[in-house]
Design a protein around this ligand. Structure first.
Ligand code: AMP
Ligand code: MG
Length: 346
C-alpha cells in the first residue's frame, strides 16, 4: 500500500483535504493525524473491520483498548452511559483538551475497540485538524498513538512515516504536536477518580477541581509490578527508542558527576553516547548532546522527538537526568521510567 502524505494547515484546515481523508475513513481505511498531544492513527470508531486494521498496522496486542475521539461535548452521551456528575465538571473545564475519561460504554461501541471491556476511554481533542476530521466523518474516531507498538509516540508526520509507511492509507502533515506526550487518563468508574496515565492535565489541577483524586498504585511505588493493572496498556513496556536509556536520579550536583562517570565508562567500551540535556551538563567531545529546554512544557514537547533523533544518529545509549515530579513533571518521569533500561541513583 502506498501511504499518502496530505499537508493540512493546522490553524485553518482546508475542507477539501479533510474531505479526502474522510472518504478514506468512510471506506474503512486508516489515516494518521495530528492532535495537540501526539499524532494518532485514526479509524472510524463504529466500524469494527477498520478498527481491527489499527491493531494489525501497529502490532498492538488486541487486549490494549483504544481511545475514542469526539468533536462535540454533547456526543459523550451517545457513546457512554451513567455519566457521573464529576464527568460533567471535568468536561466543562478541560474539554476540548488532553484529558481522557474512562466511563461506562453504550451498546453501539464495538467491543473490539475496548479490548472486550464494558468501559470506554473518550476525549475531545482541541486540535483543529482532529476536530475537523471527526466532525466531517460524523462518527467518533478511534486513535491510538500512530507509532509501532512499543516505540515512542510520534509528534511529527515524519515520525509516523518512519514507523508506518506502506501500512496505512494516509498521514496528515499538520506540523508538530505541541504538548508532546499522551493525554491524562482518568478512570471515573471507581469510587475515587483514579489517574491511570499521567499527562498534561496534572494531579494538582484535577485535585483542585474534584477534591478527591488518586494515582493508580502502579504509578507510585517500586512494588508496581506486583499490582493488578487496571488499564491494559499499563502492563506493556512503552515509549522506547532502540538505544538503551539510562535515567540518572539525584541532586543536580550529584547527577552531573554521575553522568560524567557514565560517559567515561561507555567511551571506554567504545559506545556512541547521546545525552538529553535538560539543565546544564558540561559538554564532552564525541558525545551527542541534545538540549531539549529547561521548562517542563518544553521537555515534554521535545522528549520523544529527541529519542527518535538520537536513534537516527545511531547512539548506543541515551543518558538523561530526572526532573522534579510536580505538575507535568510526574507525567514526564512516568514516560522516562517506562522507557529506561536502567535507573541509576547518583
Ligand atoms: P494510546 O492511545 O496508544 O496512547 O493508548 C490508549 C491507552 O488508553 C492505553 O493505555 C489503554 O490501556 C487505555 N485505555 C483505553 N480504553 C480503556 C478502558 N476502557 N479502560 C482503561 N484504560 C483504557
Ligand atoms: Mg500509544
Amino acid at each position: 500500500m502506498k501511504t499518502r502524505v496530505i499537508a493540512v494547515n493546522p490553524k485553518k484546515p482546508q475542507i477539501k483535504k479533510i474531505d479526502q481523508c474522510v472518504s478514506i475513513l468512510r471506506k474503512g481505511g486508516l489515516v494518521a493525524f495530528p492532535t495537540e498531544t501526539v499524532y494518532g492513527l485514526g479509524a472510524d470508531g463504529l466500524n469494527p473491520k477498520a478498527i481491527k486494521k489499527i491493531f494489525q498496522a501497529k502490532n498492538r496486542p488486541s487486549d490494549n483498548p483504544l481511545i475514542f475521539h469526539i468533536s462535540n461535548k454533547k456526543d459523550v452521551k451517545k457513546y457512554t452511559k451513567d455519566i457521573p456528575a464529576t464527568a460533567e465538571k471535568l468536561i466543562e473545564k478541560f474539554w476540548p483538551g488532553p484529558l481522557t475519561l474512562i466511563l461506562k460504554k453504550s451498546s453501539i461501541i464495538p467491543k473490539i475497540a475496548t479490548g472486550g471491556l464494558n468501559t470506554i476511554a473518550i476525549r475531545m481533542p482541541s486540535h483543529k485538524i482532529a476536530l475537523s476530521l471527526i466532525n466531517s466523518l460524523g462518527n467518533p474516531i478511534v486513535a491510538p498513538s500512530a507509532n509501532l507498538f512499543g516505540k515512542p509516540s510520534p509528534t511529527l508526520a515524519k515520525h509516523v512515516l518512519s514507523d508506518l509507511d506502506g501500512k496505512i492509507d494516509a498521514v496528515i502533515d499538520g506540523r508538530n504536536s505541541v504538548i508532546g506526550i499522551e493525554s491524562t487518563i482518568l478512570d471515573l468508574t471507581t469510587k475515587t477518580p483514579t489517574i491511570l496515565r499521567p499527562g498534561k492535565i496534572s494531579y494538582e489541577e484535577l485535585k483542585n477541581l474534584l477534591k478527591k483524586v488518586k494515582y493508580h498504585p502502579s504509578l507510585l511505588g517500586k512494588k508496581s509490578k506486583l499490582l493488578k493493572v487496571k488499564s491494559p496498556g499499563m502492563k506493556y513496556k512503552h515509549y522506547s527508542p532502540n538505544a538503551k536509556i539510562i535515567l540518572v536520579e539525584g541532586s543536580t550536583k550529584n547527577t552531573q558527576k554521575k553522568i560524567h562517570e557514565l560517559i567515561k565508562k561507555f567511551q571506554q567500551q567504545k559506545k556512541l553516547i547521546g545525552i538529553i540535556n535538560n539543565k546544564n551538563i558540561k559538554k564532552t567531545p564525541f558525545v551527542k548532546f541534545k538540549f531539549i529546554g529547561t521548562t517542563k512544557n518544553l521537555i515534554a514537547s521535545n522528549l520523544y522527538k529527541s529519542f527518535r533523533e538520537l536513534d537516527d544518529q545511531k547512539v548506543d545509549v541515551i543518558i538523561m537526568r530526572e526532573i522534579d515530579t510536580s505538575n507535568l513533571g510526574f507525567a514526564i518521569m512516568n514516560r522516562l521510567r517506562k522507557a529506561a533500561s536502567e535507573i541509576v541513583s547518583a
